[in-house]
Design a protein around this ligand. Structure first.
Ligand SMILES: Nc1nc2c(c(=O)[nH]1)N[C@H]1C(S)=C(S)[C@@H](COP(=O)(O)O)O[C@H]1N2
Ligand SMILES: [Mo]
Length: 230
């Protein structure tokens, strides 16, 4: 479980690309316009595709435009805030934790969905058992190496099927899709699934993330079309 490098801070990875102001402005406009909203009702038990979504076979890449130059050698993760046992992980520490596989569907707020994604990594439940949240902890903020943040309730993070994913369809997750480690939160729109995971912060109060302060819904349930904030 202990990596000799674990307590040595890794140098911050370099980045490629630049933030995309046009993309951000477009998505802010979608939030103002309510783009994609149908108001239709759907039940997960009956329908597999949430309202307003269309199925795709490929896997689109969506991010702010910055790709951190990460690999298993320079990746690191901090779990801190309201936890009794803060974690400071390098790749080998993650590998030493229990590994979980889970299949789930992706639903992106830009209206594409992709079925049957086979993920592998460390489950949020196993991670939380190691970090031991304090009773006051109720919210989580994911911080990423590209500067992105997104927030969820601790209860949503602790759901079945939530992973710190390292593999997709049996292969290491590619850099463009957030490797070496990304979050997968299958019950919420995909912007909650932070790529290039760097830090998991547990908090008593909710701290809205990058899209949540730009017109996107705080909770993000695809089944009730929680696309935008009111
Ligand atoms: N670090 C980081 N994570 C991120 C994003 C981002 O810009 N940076 N974009 C989010 C959005 S809006 C979506 S739809 C998904 C896209 O993941 P993909 O590129 O693997 O399809 O990542 C989410 N996680
Ligand atoms: Mo997105």
């Amino acid at each position: 479980m202990t990596d000799p490098n674990a307590d040595r801070p890794s140098p911050p990875p370099e980045q490629d690309g630049a933030i995309r102001p046009k993309l951000i402005a477009t998505k802010e406009q979608w939030a103002r316009d309510g783009r994609g909203l149908t108001g239709a009702e759907a039940l997960p038990a009956r329908d597999r595709l949430p309202p307003g979504q269309r199925l795709v076979e490929d896997w689109p890449v969506l991010d702010l435009g910055i790709t951190p130059r990460l690999d298993v050698g320079n990746w690191s993760l901090t779990v801190d805030g309201l936890v009794d046992a803060p974690l400071s992980w390098r790749w080998t520490d993650l590998q030493a934790a229990p590994q979980t596989s889970a299949r789930s569907d992706i639903h992106c707020v830009t209206t594409w969905s992709r079925y049957d994604n086979d993920w592998r990594g460390v489950s949020a439940r196993d991670l939380l058992a190691l970090a031991r949240p304090q009773v006051a902890a109720r919210f989580v903020v994911f911080h990423s190496f590209d500067g992105y943040t997104t927030n969820v309730a601790l209860s949503d993070f602790a759901e079945e099927g939530v992973l710190l994913a390292t593999h997709w369809q049996g292969q290491p997750i590619s850099l463009e899709h957030g490797g070496p480690v990304r979050i997968v939160l299958p019950k919420l729109y995909f912007w909650k699934s932070a790529k290039w995971l760097k830090r998991i912060e547990l908090l008593a109060d909710d701290h809205p993330g990058f899209w949540e302060v730009r017109g996107y819904h705080n909770h993000a349930d695809p089944w009730t079309e929680e696309r935008y904030s009111d």
